[in-house]
Write a protein that binds this ligand. Structure first.
Ligand SMILES: Nc1ncnc2c1ncn2[C@@H]1O[C@H](COP(=O)(O)OP(=O)(O)O)[C@@H](O)[C@H]1O
Ligand SMILES: [Mg+2]
Length: 250
């Protein structure tokens, strides 16, 4: 009886389309609703373009979407997206799309981030990337800082044994989880790294992990679904290409 319930679990999960054609078919229709997917890859592997696809899909469905970044000013990203055919301008003017750059050096970075995440009633949120948060020097990360708990569920999961780095990453992941949005978080890998994230922690906190990689000698790009909770998927690396229209999964 229990086996039957478990085997059917993945069929009952509500799905959120990724915006990348052919990817949805590999993960039973899309990301599980309200999940957090980590997209990892070295510079130029297509992480930001992946995020554009995901958010633009939301725009097309009349959803509210947020692009949070710690790396680049909003204008540069909007420009990069537009060149690939993702025009976010209309949504921005209507207030349904928001690009927000947050300065990592500001004191209340966690508070500002969670405020953005929790107060906008977003359907989709992108955090591109989470790496600066995990690399902040100790004095800014403030090891004494105890993030507030947003829900009983999260409070139960919290533990005082966690390192400050893990607590900080968990704080942001908790905010994303609590927001009710479906999220994509990116992590910067150094070239040639076989890790799933730069910090070695995010992959455990996220519900899903997708890696993007390239082989310079063969001039080839790959996308791998490493983990996707409540989802049947292949682990086989998929060939992708980046063109004027973004990521194409062959
Ligand atoms: N029009 C295009 N045609 C082919 N490749 C492109 C095009 N635009 C961008 N790219 C590729 O995409 C990369 C940038 O992707 P991006 O998502 O910004 O990477 P990341 O965020 O992982 O650093 C570029 O380095 C380039 O290789
Ligand atoms: Mg990027």
């Amino acid at each position: 009886m229990m086996d039957e319930i478990f085997s059917k679990e993945s069929d009952c999960v509500q799905r959120v389309t990724t915006g990348i054609s052919n990817l949805d078919a590999l993960i039973q229709g899309g990301f599980p609703k309200q999940s957090i997917t980590l997209v990892s890859g070295s510079p130029g592997s297509g992480k930001s373009i992946f995020c554009f696809h995901f958010l633009y899909e939301g725009v097309k469905n009349n959803e509210k979407v947020l692009y949070l970044t710690l790396d680049k000013q909003e204008e540069g990203l909007i420009f990069q997206a537009k060149n690939l055919g993702f025009n976010f301008q209309e949504g921005i003017e209507q207030g349904t799309t928001k690009f927000r750059y947050l300065d990592i050096n500001q004191k209340l970075i966690y508070e500002s981030m969670s405020e953005e995440i929790l107060n906008g009633n977003y359907n989709r949120i992108v955090l591109d990337s989470i790496t600066p948060l995990s690399e902040m020097p100790m004095y800014i990360r403030n090891p004494e800082y105890t993030p507030p708990n947003y829900s009983i569920v999260n409070a139960k999961k919290a533990s005082s044994n966690h390192t400050p780095q893990r607590r900080n990453l968990r704080y942001i992941m908790n905010a994303l989880e609590t927001s009710g949005a479906t999220s994509v978080v990116t992590s910067e890998l150094t070239l040639g790294s076989s890790s799933l994230s730069r910090d070695g922690i995010s992959e455990f906190l996220a519900d899903g992990v997708i890696t993007l990689s390239y082989d310079t000698t063969m001039d080839r790009r790959k996308l791998s679904i490493v983990k996707m909770r409540n989802t049947q998927h292949s682990l086989k690396p998929q060939n992708i290409a980046i063109t004027d229209n973004g990521i194409n999964l062959q």
